[in-house]
Design a protein. Sequence first.
Length: 447
Amino acid sequence: MLLCEIPRRLQAKSEQLLLPFPRRPVQDSQTLPNCSSISLLSLGNGAPNVFASIISFTGDGTADIGLNSVLGGAFFVSCVVVGIIGVSVGNDGARISSRGFIINVGILLLSLACLILIIAVRELSLWAALSFLSLYFIYALLVFTCSEEKENENGLQDVEAPLCCYIDNEGHDADDTAGRRPNDGKKGGVMSKILCILELPLYLPRRLTIPLVSEDKWSKPFAVSSVTLAPIALVLTWNSNSTKLRAFEIGGSVGIVCGILAFCTIESSNPPRKCLLFWLAEGFLMSVTWAYILAQELISLLVSLGCILGIDESLLGLTVLAWGNSVGDLVANVIMAQKGGPEGAQMAISGSYAGPIFNTVVGLGLSLSLSAWTTFPASYAVFVDQSVFVTIGFFMVGLIWAFVMLTKRKMVVDKCLGSGLLAIYLCFLSLQIARIFGLVEILVPNI
């Protein structure tokens, strides 16, 4: 039950409080679809993969889980999500930007080539890890430059407003779902009450430490408790292995002072209008903290499940963890393509490649950089299952298929593109299932 619930909670919490930060700049600056996809969708949907990757690489012998979960999730999104989009909107004749698509595929292929080199060499310096991480800044600069050129050429001022409104409505729907109290579902009968009771242990601690400053969810008691308990929760999280009483004293003192100030300055009827950045920053920080905690528990559950069932943990990361962390990309991008018209299809396809780029470059880049930092000035030894080359190989085949089909068909998203991508992923999945049952043994020569 926890293995099913934690990925959902991890995704919901990432969308609920990580999305408001990029959403407001998107609305205010009238950001183009490509820029929105690398900021809004990538941050909200990619956060679970980033946290799971960092936890895996910092753990003992769990680097395979993090690497396979990130690559598996990126492969799933770029093949299955794009494939479903192609099949679902194949009759609409939606056309996407060639420049943006070429940049996305090019950066993904370059990052995968860098990963092959890192795994083959089996060691990584801090500067090499930071160089790999810098690929995302190069990617963001290229997308921003191309988007500015497209805006100047075509005058797309009228396109962004409905897109941003659509994103905002979707985001508020996600917030309503994630922020709903367990006792709100009385009409659901006995089953709803049972689910609410089971959800309460995960819901209540988060509600007591994360402030919600929207009009419909504002509660002064919860707001005061959040600023009071948040410093203590941070100390418990980041000093869980420490016995220093001083840290708890400082955290408790800061929490009490903040709680008293909040109680005396905020109103019961309306959320605060002054110092709003403080409340948003606290919500963001505590959301990151809870995502970190949930990711840590998820990795532990996968390791335990692998030991119980006798299945390699890397295979579980490649399938179960990758699928769980990719639910947000699947739902958001497919709905965007179906309901957003031609611009929605453009943003959905861009997001389906921007998300994997974010997960691969930022997720693995941060994980490798932190791991290399712990061994600096010596190089970090990279020892992972050599079968990861198979995943990267199928990943590259899917990217090449999409590139060939779209350029051949003048960048029109159709069912042929989608069917081919789904077939590639099914072949990969069949190979992994055969490997689980011992029907096939994947042998990769040592490089």
